[in-house]
Write a protein that binds this ligand. Structure first.
Ligand SMILES: O=c1[nH]c(=O)c2ncn([C@@H]3O[C@H](COP(=O)(O)OP(=O)(O)OP(=O)(O)O)[C@@H](O)[C@H]3O)c2[nH]1
Ligand SMILES: [Mg+2]
Length: 176
C-alpha cells in the first residue's frame, strides 16, 4: 500500500488508476516552500509529510508553464488558479502569438533512505475552455486536438505529465 499525501482529490483519483499497488490518500496540506523548482518543492514536501506521518509517503507537485508568459504560472499554478481562475489565465495567453505550454509533475517519494523524485512533462497549447472532465487547468490545455477535460481519465493518464511521472515511479518501485 502506498500513501499519497495531497489536498487535491483530482490528483488522488489519477494516481490510484495508475500505480500497481493500492493507493491510500492522506489529506494533509503540507507546507509548500516557495521556489521556482517543482523538484525542490516536492522534495521538501515529501520530507515534511514523512516526518509528520511516520510512514513512507509520496507527494506530487505540478504546474502549468506557458511559453509566451515566461513559464507563468509554473510553481504558482495553484495560487493563480485560486486568485485569478483559469479563464483569466487563458485570456492572458490569448493575447500572445505563441500558444504553446507544458504541464510538469514531480512526484517525490520519502522513506528511511531519503527522497527519490520522478518527473513527467507533456506539451500542448492553451485554448478557450472545452470539456467537463479532469480538474484545474484541464479545460484550457489541448494535447493533439483534445483538451485534457475532453479526455477520459484513462486517455489523460496515458499521455499526461502525472501519468508519465507515476509510470517512472512505478518502474522504480517494481525494480527496488
Ligand atoms: O489542468 C490541470 N491538470 C492537471 O493534471 C493538474 N495537476 C495539477 N494541476 C493544477 O496545478 C496546480 C498544482 O498545484 P499543486 O501541485 O501544489 O497542487 P494542489 O495544491 O492542488 O494539491 P497538493 O499540493 O495538496 O497536492 C493546482 O492548481 C492544480 O489544480 C493541474 N491542472
Ligand atoms: Mg499545493
Amino acid at each position: 500500500m502506498l500513501r499519497f499525501v495531497t489536498s487535491n482529490a483530482g490528483k488522488a483519483r489519477e494516481a490510484s488508476q495508475y500505480l500497481p499497488e493500492a493507493v491510500e490518500r492522506v489529506d494533509y496540506d503540507y507546507p509548500e516552500i516557495q521556489s521556482d523548482s517543482l523538484e525542490a518543492i516536492a522534495t521538501a514536501g515529501a520530507r515534511d509529510a514523512y516526518r509528520e506521518i511516520g510512514e513512507p509517503v509520496f507527494v506530487d507537485d505540478s504546474g502549468l508553464f506557458i511559453d509566451a508568459l515566461g513559464g507563468f504560472p509554473g510553481p504558482y499554478s495553484s495560487y493563480v488558479d485560486e486568485k485569478l481562475g483559469i479563464e483569466r489565465v487563458q485570456a492572458l495567453a490569448a493575447r500572445e502569438e505563441n500558444d504553446r505550454a507544458r504541464f510538469r509533475t514531480v512526484v517525490a517519494y520519502a522513506d528511511d533512505d531519503g527522497v527519490e523524485t520522478f518527473e513527467g512533462t507533456v506539451r500542448g497549447r492553451i485554448v478557450a475552455p472545452r470539456g467537463s472532465g479532469g480538474f484545474g487547468y484541464d479545460p484550457i490545455f489541448e494535447h493533439r486536438g483534445q483538451t485534457f477535460a475532453e479526455m477520459s481519465p484513462e486517455e489523460k493518464n496515458a499521455v499526461s505529465h502525472r501519468g508519465r511521472a507515476l509510470a517512472a515511479f512505478g518502474d522504480w518501485l517494481a525494480e527496488r
